[in-house]
Design a binder for this molecule. Structure first.
Ligand SMILES: [Zn+2]
Length: 93
């Protein structure tokens, strides 16, 4: 890979790490199929328990841990509550 591409990749990763929490970063895991990523992206931000697709934090954490991801229910709670690094998006100058 040319140096210019490596620099661009490193820069993108830096911004991504700053603006995406560990929980949300799973939705861009290229090791997952598009179907899995789309399904996760659909339930990740749901906070309305009335929504038929809603999955409680602990259940979602258990499910993801069984898939090999190191995610806690509190990380999901912080993401859904807007208290994670995802909310830094656009605040970097
Ligand atoms: Zn987040």
């Amino acid at each position: 890979m040319p140096l210019a591409d490596k620099l661009a990749t490193a820069s993108q990763k830096y911004i991504s790490d700053l603006t995406t929490c560990k929980f949300a970063s799973i939705t861009s895991d290229q090791g997952l199929s598009k179907k899995d990523r789309d399904a996760l992206a659909e339930v990740i931000n749901l906070t309305n328990r009335e929504d038929h697709r809603y999955i409680p934090h602990q259940t979602l954490a258990d499910l993801l841990r069984s898939e090999g991801y190191d995610v806690s229910a509190s990380a999901i709670s912080r993401h859904r509550g807007g208290n994670c690094s995802c909310r830094r998006l656009g605040k970097i100058s």
